[in-house]
Design a protein around this ligand. Structure first.
Ligand code: PMV
Length: 325
């Protein structure tokens, strides 16, 4: 009863921001992401009858506390689905994320855990079912089931049975690049879960965010289909700024940005002013991701690495979906 799976992380171009159901992890809006080749998690799960509790090793270190709690809670769901509450598991995960790449490993982590644990316990699940299971670990992780461009459909059912990811275009559809720009000042952030809740509950801009999504989705899908960096980039950047605007209008207001975050945003604007198509996006943290075309690689790297406060720039291409090893 053992299986190994590998999943890559993803960056949202249209953000998932806000839940309509916090228990079932059901989003208020559809989101759309690009899976990245540079960052992935490999996880082996082995279920045993003789084990009395789960064990979780991350990069060969035994994990306890909150991170362990999330893994066992997720495994409980898998055990319940399989009707095997008698089993406990050993979980070995390895994160292949270049030094402090500033990517949350939760997307690749939960996608790999879901796939490996479902297979190890003998669950025969379809991709949408696996995406729905993964969603309960971390919402954005449900998109990491697939490679390339992926949409998470929010669904309309109260039980969440139609809230899962669907592939939009495979990794080899279009060679765009994403530079992950890591900033040196790593302050403790407001977790995405908490930030979303406060925004949904209190931000006067939140309804406008939700209303703006269908137009963004239509534009970006057309842009992806046409391989139009301007359309994709402008739509993603505007969507990111609108998401972050909702946090400024929350009560109490908050922001994920640092001064260096803004310096990177300005550098991207400078690049565009000089004719280089480059666009930024930012998740629930200070680090910035920059979208561009392969021919601009050197220019982009040079410009970003020269910004004071930038610690590291790591480049990714579109990446693959789940693999079983
Ligand atoms: O999956 P979570 O709960 O970590 O939330 C992710 C939220 C954002 O990264 C800000 C946006 C997204 O769609 O990934």
């Amino acid at each position: 009863m053992q299986a190994t799976a590998r999943a890559h992380t993803n960056i949202a171009l249209i953000k998932y921001w806000g839940k309509r159901d916090e228990t079932r992890i059901l989003p208020m809006n559809n989101s759309l992401s690009l899976t990245l080749d540079g960052f992935y998690t490999t996880t082996t799960v082995a279920f045993h009858e003789e084990l009395t509790e789960d064990q979780f090793y991350l990069d060969d270190q035994l994990v306890e506390g909150a991170a362990y709690g999330k893994v066992t809670a997720f495994l409980d769901r898998i055990r319940q689905t399989a009707g095997r509450l008698d089993l406990s598991a050993t979980v070995h995960s390895t994160n292949h994320v270049p030094t402090a790449a500033g990517f949350a490993s939760s997307a690749s982590g939960f996608a790999a855990l879901a796939a490996a644990s479902a297979k190890a316990i003998g669950l025969d699940v379809t991709d949408p079912e696996l995406s729905m299971l993964t969603r309960h670990g971390s919402g954005s992780a449900c998109r990491s089931i697939y490679g390339g461009f992926v949409e998470w459909e929010k669904g309309t059912q109260a039980d969440g049975s139609d809230s899962y990811a669907v592939p939009i275009a495979p990794a080899d559809h279009w060679d765009v690049r994403v530079a992950a720009v890591v900033l040196s000042s790593a302050e403790k952030k407001i977790l995405s879960r908490e930030g979303m809740k406060r925004t949904v509950d209190t931000s006067v801009y939140y309804p406008a965010w939700v209303e703006s999504i269908p137009a963004d989705l239509a534009a970006i899908k057309q842009g992806i289909c046409d391989k139009d960096i301007t359309k994709v980039g402008e739509t993603a950047e505007a969507n990111c700024l609108r998401m972050h605007a909702t946090t400024l209008a929350a009560q109490p207001p908050f922001s994920y940005w640092h001064s260096t975050t803004m310096a990177v945003m300005e550098a991207v604007q400078d690049l565009r002013d000089s004719g280089v198509p480059a666009y930024f996006t930012i998740d629930a943290g200070p680090n910035v991701k920059v979208l561009y075309l392969p021919e601009q690689e050197e220019t982009i790297r040079e410009k970003l690495q020269a910004i004071p406060g930038v610690q590291d720039v790591t480049v990714s291409r579109p990446g693959p979906g789940l693999a079983y090893l």
